[in-house]
Design a protein around this ligand. Structure first.
Ligand code: NIG
Ligand code: FE
Length: 419
């Protein structure tokens, strides 16, 4: 007969907690404490109010460090081969992102590099990128396919994303983005390619590779009619959708995605009033991506005030990809969201915690609250606003994923004394 091991209970004490537990405000708890049991938070509050009989196995004195929910990067393209540094130079000498894409570069050049990379190198490159994110407190990441663009290579990239979560202490949600660009072999036949995308989706789903489905709906991507076909295929499988919408032009993609109950509509620089109203009605999250806005030197801003006025939740992500946002710092995105998009530091923080969780359809993380996952980020800072204020500097002391501290947190750990 097997005996169930009692779950590890850890007390994290002498912390300043930013819980984001209420719908607005930082919800700071000075001299706070948190108890994790297994992968869950079972107590959070002021240390002075800790129940007398709190039996724990381990006690960690955080010496006044700031603790926030583990960060969630809810829009990345982390799995790919090669880079696009030469394309960056081309853009600096005058070519636009769109011109390079139309000339066969852009996403399609990364597709060539990805197809020729073997699984091991795709995995190690993606793992290195994930580690950089994790070193700044990221505990959950969404990863899209979209650089394979055929059944075999798309499945391979999704498989690499799944394997990442087995190898590293990070949660991964996968998104199938076969409709990211038209691969060379389907040149002039976008509808045939969409047929293929819709055909391989059930296989990917059956193999457990897909948590959500995305499309790039734009002049250099796919039309709303083609997007609709991919969304119908997703709906038939019960998979949630999201959309790269209104990044370079207004295709009324956000309204279309919202009509399928999209988790999020992403980019949105060209969002129309119709799209915004549809997103509000559907409860879709506005996923703003300041890294891509900055890197491709967009000049049109997403309609932040209108989103705010409508009460549409706003999330922020790195959009890490080799072409439009080779950024690997979600903390830098806080500053860019404030400086470029005029978000408040609190809105930016909610964008990488509670609203980012919502953009992934997750209700078990993004706040420090009893019953939620013990995913924490620890900072050498007095207040979270400092992390949105500085740039090029993210004083992360470590993180805790599903109740388990990463190595960098170990120096804080003192032998348990209160069990
Ligand atoms: O989110 N817009 C489409 N997809 C990516 C860019 C991908 C690439 O350029 O490789 C984005 O910006
Ligand atoms: Fe993207």
């Amino acid at each position: 007969m097997t005996r169930l091991e009692p779950k590890q209970r850890t007390l994290w004490r002498h912390a300043r907690l930013a819980t984001f537990a209420s719908p607005s405000g930082w919800d700071i708890i000075e001299r706070g404490a948190l108890i994790a049991e297994g992968d869950r938070i079972v107590w959070v509050g002021q240390e002075a109010q800790l129940p007398a009989a709190s039996q724990v196995h381990t006690e960690v004195n955080l010496n006044g460090a700031l603790v926030t929910p583990g960060l969630i990067d809810a829009h990345t393209h982390l799995v790919y081969g090669g880079d696009r540094a030469a394309e960056f130079e081309l853009r600096l000498s005058g070519a636009t992102y769109e011109q390079i894409a139309r000339a066969g570069g852009g996403i399609r050049s990364t597709v060539r590099a990805t197809r020729s990379a073997d699984d091991a190198s795709l995995l190690s490159a993606a793992a290195n990128r994930a580690r950089v994110l994790m070193n700044e407190g990221v505990t959950t990441v969404e990863i899209k396919s979209g650089y394979g663009l055929d059944a075999v290579h798309e499945a391979r990239c999704l498989g690499v994303a799944r394997r990442l979560a087995e190898q590293l202490p990070i949660s991964v949600l996968t998104t199938s983005l076969g409709a990211h660009a038209l691969p060379d072999e389907f040149s002039g036949r976008p509808d045939d390619y969409i047929d293929a995308v819709c055909q391989w989706l059930p296989q990917q789903h059956q193999a457990g590779l897909v948590d959500a489905v995305d499309v790039f709906c734009d002049t250099i991507g796919f039309t709303p009619a083609q997007t609709r076909r991919v969304f119908d295929a997703a709906r038939a499988l019960g998979l949630p959708v999201k959309l790269h919408a209104e990044q370079l032009s207004n295709q009324e993609g956000a309204a279309l995605a919202a009509s399928y109950g999209a988790l999020s509509c992403d980019h949105l620089e060209h969002l129309s009033d119709t799209g915004l109203r549809a997103m509000r009605a559907a409860g879709s999250v506005a996923m703003l991506l300041p890294g891509a806005y900055y890197f491709i030197r967009e000049t049109r801003l997403p309609p932040v005030q209108a989103l705010r006025d409508a009460g549409v939740p706003i999330a922020i992500a790195t959009d890490h990809n080799p072409g439009s946002s080779p950024a690997l710092s979600l903390i830098l995105m806080l500053n860019m969201a404030c400086t470029l998009f005029r978000l408040t530091p609190e809105e930016a923080w909610r964008g990488v915690t509670v609203n980012a969780a919502r953009a992934l359809g997750l209700t078990d993380r993004g706040r420090l609250q009893v019953g939620l996952r013990a995913d924490l980020a620890l900072w050498d800072a007095e207040h979270p606003r400092e992390l949105a204020y500085r740039f090029g500097h993210a004083p992360c002391l470590g993180s805790v994923h599903a109740g388990r501290p990463r190595n960098s947190v170990q120096p804080f750990i003192q032998p348990g004394t209160c069990s």
